[in-house]
Design a binder for this molecule. Structure first.
Ligand code: F6P
Length: 357
């Protein structure tokens, strides 16, 4: 079979591990041939491709980023975008396509499937918020990076008697903040799922310091929201008003605002740290290498089983096939049971900073 493969959306440690697994099993087990389309859906719109064989995937397992590069190109927003994708697939005599991406990339995959393309999806996002699957690769690596950063922030916070507010990725879901905040021993964890009251955040820090501690660590997801009218008015904090082709605004900056408000209310010296794309860069963790490899092996088997319009998913530690529409129909946000993990570690309910949904 001649199979196209592409990576779309924000990059994520483990993308190369998926490509490698797909290509190795495809060649060794099924005798497939692979064409990589470059820069996500832009590669299909503009017919930018490269052959991918065993030599090309040699040595890429530990490499971050993606050898196929990526973009947030949305064919539906380009003149004749979907038709041009179809024309490229035909021109290159592609029998089936493996699209590795998050909900945006996979929503385009679904559109192509509806137009007759034999497509299989692989879930990707460090935010871990894709529906239908228990974990996406890249999330574990991101949490390890944040956890290490928190350990480092701890020692400098302790040395200076400071409050440190650490902003992590997490547009709609607070998985990174939750996992890394717990692993890194954060004193306050703020996630998009539960708007927070800045007065209560300040009060919980003040009480901690009254209990004899002289520093505090706050982890805040970039998509977290102030619950009160002040200062964010219940909306996420934006870097600017620009939107990408899938309609997403650029989040960022909540740590700076929060640090200022905490310092104003408590009088404690407070600093903001924004980890940004450091969370997405570099080598995948061992867990993510294995998970990405399992997804890749699952996806190539799905192609040969004819499971099109489907995505490889992890459910109860098994790789299974689910419909693409199931994955893209809703975000997997942090549920109440997981939120209770935060609450279980914090002081009494009346001192808690977040507002229950
Ligand atoms: O991939 C999701 C994500 O990591 C979000 O958490 C974040 O808002 C976004 O990517 C940032 O992406 P970009 O690379 O476009 O700045």
């Amino acid at each position: 079979m001649k199979i196209g493969i592409l990576t779309g959306g924000g990059d994520c440690p483990g993308l190369n591990a998926v490509i490698r697994a797909v290509v190795r099993k495809g060649i060794f087990t099924y005798g497939d041939e692979f064409i990589g389309f470059l820069e996500g859906w832009r590669g299909l719109i503009e017919n930018m491709s490269t052959p991918v064989d065993l030599d090309v995937v040699g040595g890429i397992l530990p490499r971050g980023g993606t050898i196929l590069r990526t973009s947030r190109t949305n064919p539906s927003k380009r003149p004749d975008g979907i038709d041009r994708c179809l024309a490229t697939l035909e021109k290159n005599q592609i029998d089936s396509l493996i699209a590795i991406g998050g909900d945006d990339t996979l929503s385009v995959a679904q559109k192509l499937y509806e137009r007759g393309v034999k497509v299989v999806g692989v879930p990707k996002t460090i935010d871990n918020d894709l529906g239908g699957t228990d974990y996406t690769f890249g999330f574990d690596t991101a949490c390890n990076i944040v956890c290490e950063a928190l350990d480092r922030v701890h020692t400098t916070a302790e040395a200076h008697n400071r409050v440190m507010v650490v902003e992590v990725m997490g547009r709609d879901a607070g998985w990174i903040a939750l996992y890394s905040g717990i692993a890194g021993g954060a004193d306050v964890i703020l996630i998009p799922e539960r708007p927070f009251d800045v007065d209560k955040v300040a009060e919980s820090i003040r009480q901690r310091h009254e209990r004899g501690r002289y520093f505090s660590i706050v982890v805040v997801a970039e998509g977290a929201k102030f619950s009160s009218a002040e200062p964010g008015q219940g909306a996420p904090v934006l870097q600017d008003m620009g939107k990408d082709e899938f309609g997403h605004v650029k989040l960022g900056g909540i740590a700076n605002i929060l640090a200022r408000e905490i310092e104003k209310r408590t009088g404690y010296e407070t600093r903001a740290v924004v980890l940004g794309h450091i969370q997405r860069g570099g080598s995948p963790s061992a867990f993510d290498r294995v998970l990405a490899t399992r997804y890749g092996l699952g996806a190539i088997d799905m192609v040969h089983r004819g499971d099109f319009g489907c995505m490889a998913a992890l459910r109860a530690n098994k790789i299974v096939s689910i419909r693409l529409v199931e994955a893209i129909s809703r975000n997997r946000t942090v549920d109440d049971e997981m939120i209770q993990l935060i609450d279980g570690l914090m002081p009494r309910a009346e001192e808690r900073a977040t507002v229950p949904r």
